[in-house]
Structure formats: C-alpha cells, structure tokens
Design a protein around this ligand. Sequence first.
Ligand SMILES: [Zn+2]
Length: 462
Amino acid sequence: MTADLIISGGTILSPEGPRPGSVLVRQGQIAALLPPGETPQAAQRIDATGLMVLPGAIDIHCHIRAPAYPQRGTVASETAACAKGGITTVFEMPITDPCCNTPDRVALRRDHFAQTAHIDFGLYAAPVDLTEAAFEALAASGIVAFKIFTTPAPPGREHEFAGLAWPQVEDQLRVLQLAARVGLPVVVHAEHAGLLARAADHASRLDAADAATHNAARPPLAEAVAVAQLLAMNISAGAKLHIAHVTSAATVDVLRRFAGSSDFSAETCPHYLSYTAEDVARAGVCAKINPPIRHASDRAALWDALADGTIGHVTTDHAAFSASEKAAHDGNFLTAPPGHPGTEVLLPTLLNAVSMGKLTLAQAMQLVSGAAAQRFGLPGKGRLAPGAAADIVLADLAGETHISEASLLTAARSIARLSHGARFQGAVVQTLVAGQTVWKGGLTGRPGLGRFITPHPQETAG
Ligand SMILES: [Zn+2]
C-alpha cells in the first residue's frame, strides 16, 4: 500500500531513543518507522537529512481568549505562532469573557476554534458549580481538564474568573474530590490568598514603578504554602492534580517533600527558566507575569527540578495583551495586566538547554510533549511510534533561532519584550500536524486544519 508521506534522512527520536531512518505516514498517522535504506512508495517525500525528527510539542497552558478580545490576537494568529514554534497541540485556558464554565460555552469555543485553528486544540473549563452533576456535564463536553485558582478574581475581571477563583481551602478540597470522581485532571494556579493579601498591603507602600515591588506583592512563600495545602488535601482527595507555573526554589522543595504522596504533577515555563527579576526590571511592565519571575537561585532550582523529574512539564503560559493595554499601566507593576507571549520560545528554550547539556533531547521532548500526552489522556500523541498521530517537528540542532519583534507571529509581538533579541541554539525547521505541513519558513497550512482534541474518544467534534 502506498504511503501518503515519507520523511527520510533524519534522526528520529523514537520512544526507544534516537535512531536513523524514515517515518512513514498514512492517513495522518505514523504507519511505520523504517530503517535507513528502506524507501517504499509515497505520494510525498520530505528530505530530513541533517535534521532531528521530533514529536510535536503539546502546550498544556495557553491563553488565546478568543472569541473575546480580538485585539490581543485571534485563534488564527496565535495557533500560527504555535505552529512556527513547533507546537502541534495547544490547550486553551478558560479565562475569557465570558469565562468558559458551562458545556454550552465549551461548545461555542470548540466551534470557534475549529474554524481557524492551524493546530489541534483542547479546552479547559472552570467548575462554576461544585456539584458532581456539573463536573460530569463539563467532562462530557469534551474538556481536557478543570482549571482553578486559589486566589480571588482580580478586581474588575470577576466575569472572566467566574468559577475559577476558589480562595477557600474547603472549596479547593471539594474541587479535588469532584475532579477525582469524574477522572479528569485539575490544574491549579496556586498562590495563598491570605498571604497574597498581606503582601499586597505591604507592597502598596512601596514604589509601584520598581519591578521588585511585584515580587514583594506576590512572594514565593505564598506559592509554596498554597501548593503544600493542595498536596496535603490531595492525599485523601486523590485527584489528578497538576500545579501550574512553578516559579520558586521554595515550591520545588515542597514538591520534593510530597513526592509519591498522591497523583500530582507540576509545570514551569520558559520565562522562569530564562530570566530573573532583573530582566523584568529592564523590560518593564510588558514582562509582568503572575506569579512573578524570581531570582537566579530560583531559576537554578527549576532547572534542577526538570533534570531530576520533580517538575515534569514545561508550558508557555502564553498570555497576549495589546500594546495599549500594557502601555496604559506603564511604570506601574501593581496595576499592569499580567502576561507575556511564549509560544515561539518554548521549544527553542529546551533545544538550547539540550545544546548546553542541561537536559537530554529525550528529556526535553518528554517535558514538552510526551508527559502532556500521558498526563491528559492522549495516547495517540506525544510520541513517534506506529499508530500515533503524525504530529512532527523537524529541528536543526546546529541551527539558531533569533527572536525579534518582526520575527514573531503572535499578535502580541510588541509586548514580548523578554524575547526580543533572544538567541537560542536549535531551530524549528518544519512543523506537521496529522501529516500536513503547517509551517516551513512560513505558514503552509490552512486555518481550520486543527481539530478539537478530547480525552473522551467517542466525543470528537470540530
Ligand atoms: Zn496561565
């Protein structure tokens, strides 16, 4: 039988390790991995000589926000940026207007994303009603997981956070118990509300133009205490608990102390791995992110946590704002909206770490792809093996990625101040979703090619 596509000449990162050979693709799936020299008939051929053939990245933490706020970016613009960055599946967070917290809103966003997505996508929802029936209804709508915060809604953004903000520990416990019952993971933005309130009061008397004031308003201890509370509750609740965007050495220490106590996982993001509070001070409020970017010792602790498996995922927390939304709060780290683009630096950050010997290539791809597929119940993704989706990145480890405002595809390119001028060893050359090339030096896919991904195989749509 003739294949649709054969990718030959490269080094394939298979589940057993790197090996030379060819990837045979049929009907969007990997049909076989062949040894060098075997070249069956195929309708299309890609010469990957000199390149690594990698599983596409799965970004489990992204804020596109569509259909609301088109001035910050659209499904088309932000999934195009994903494709350029080697991301083939993206999970969209529910913070938007209105908050994605009912099956109807999940369906509305599913249909909206399906029209123009360049890559596959999954959706989170906020559990607005803490009842088993409501959790089951959201699970049946095809979401990948629940998302909550342990903090109150930011003033003025209550509508965006309806069902997300659960500052009371008894509510957090209920969310963990209900998520455990329906079997979906629950992802938590963890900062202790009481400690944040006290720190914010203290920070209100400091200089708001000083980036250090943002760290004072959201100290590492608030993150570590919230994580410790969640992990303690999860020993009895038994949820698939996932801690979002770990920033600090203190929280890494907490994660290690609870190792093995329940089914939990954790992530960090490129900005915490690459930068420090001093870089934020230089970049200004465009680089304000919640929780804040910390210090060199925290950054070193995060790399150690990736290397030893304490933190098993790296995600973008891509969060676009328009230039005018950030500019309206120029010089005020307390009031500026938090968030920074990240889709185009995720894979380059990890490929660069491989070139520096901080991670092996297999570790790096597990952190951005394999672990996500395993944690969120997507057995057909995150690996290059027969039967898996042909979601593939061709990467040049000897090449370089240069990021500038002009090179970025995200609509929020002008606020991506941390990334402007960044250079990484390693480059994404070509990105394929289900065997279709969506990026090769430019966009090559068609909007709407991306499909709705759900951990319930009987509920496919889009
Ligand atoms: Zn986020």
